[in-house]
Design a protein around this ligand. Structure first.
Ligand code: SAM
Length: 253
């Protein structure tokens, strides 16, 4: 069934009024008709089953038939602090990270970033939010991952340090294992469901100084093995390993 994120105020009682690009999508692209069913998501974690009652070029309306909790949200809440990447690599990380279950993205400008201008990065936010929205619909998420404005590496470390979650920084020169860290945990972090801050460097990686700074905020360097992964691959591999280890790649009973 087709799924659409909408604004909560578009659901009034049993009545659902759709607007903007969704109207065009339903009317002209999907050619749905009154009587057809769709799912709408109001970004609360619920999904609403809706029967369309009116479909025209300017107006699409329906009424709700019921609601259930979206099953696509992981218990483990991963915030991906991703070094800004050039070309469409950052967009790839956003799209695939959303499919995997990342709940928050923080674009990070660090010393080896090719794009080093925080303002230039923030101009891409609207496009990035569209990419995340489409990926979230496709992946059956119930909540839209949040994309924070870009921030400098030091500010990102401070933010993660204050968040209370377990913070992890894959680094090619680290020896500590991700699995051990997840199994032993961090005595300063709360117990499950885990909130995890995952730091991935840009194309050129992190400098030793940056790793030292991160450690002062209890951000743990770990290895992802002997192969050097591209930045957009590394975040997905680390997130997948974390979700697997914490049982989030299984269907809940
Ligand atoms: N500086 C590296 C080089 O040129 O060999 C490449 C950095 S890599 C493309 C980008 C990021 O991916 C790194 O900053 C790190 O966070 C992560 N990464 C990639 N492979 C890794 C590995 N084997 N272990 C830990 N982290 C890795």
């Amino acid at each position: 069934m087709h799924r659409f994120f909408i604004q909560p105020e578009q659901i009034q009682g049993h009545r659902v009024t759709l607007s903007g690009a969704i109207v065009h999508q339903i009317c002209n692209v999907l050619r749905l008709r009154p009587g057809d069913h769709i799912l709408v998501l109001d970004n609360s974690g619920w999904e609403w089953q809706v029967e369309l009652t009116e479909v025209s070029r300017n107006r699409v309306e329906g009424h709700t038939l019921g609601k259930s909790l979206a099953r696509g949200e992981p218990r483990t809440k991963i915030t991906l602090y991703q070094g800004v990447l050039k070309g469409n690599r950052f967009e790839f990380a956003l799209q695939k990270g959303t499919e995997l279950g990342i709940v928050e993205f923080v674009p990070v400008v660090s010393s080896r970033c090719v794009i080093a201008d925080v303002d230039a990065v923030s101009k891409k936010l609207a496009r990035w939010r569209r990419i995340v929205l489409e990926a979230a619909e496709q992946a059956h998420r119930g909540l839209l991952p949040v994309i924070q404005p870009a921030m400098l590496f030091a500010a990102a470390c401070e933010r993660a340090g204050l968040s209370g979650g377990l913070s992890i920084l894959p680094w090619e020169e680290a020896e500590a294992s991700l699995k051990s860290l997840l199994r032993e945990g961090d005595e300063t972090a709360p117990s499950r469901p885990f909130s995890i801050n995952l730091f991935i460097g840009p194309e050129g990686g992190f400098t030793a100084e940056e790793v030292n700074l991160a450690q002062r905020y209890k951000i743990h360097p770990v290895t992802l093995g002997p192969r050097i992964l591209r930045a957009e691959t590394a975040g997905l591999v680390a997130a997948t390993a974390i979700l697997y280890e914490l049982g989030d790649l299984e269907l809940s009973p």
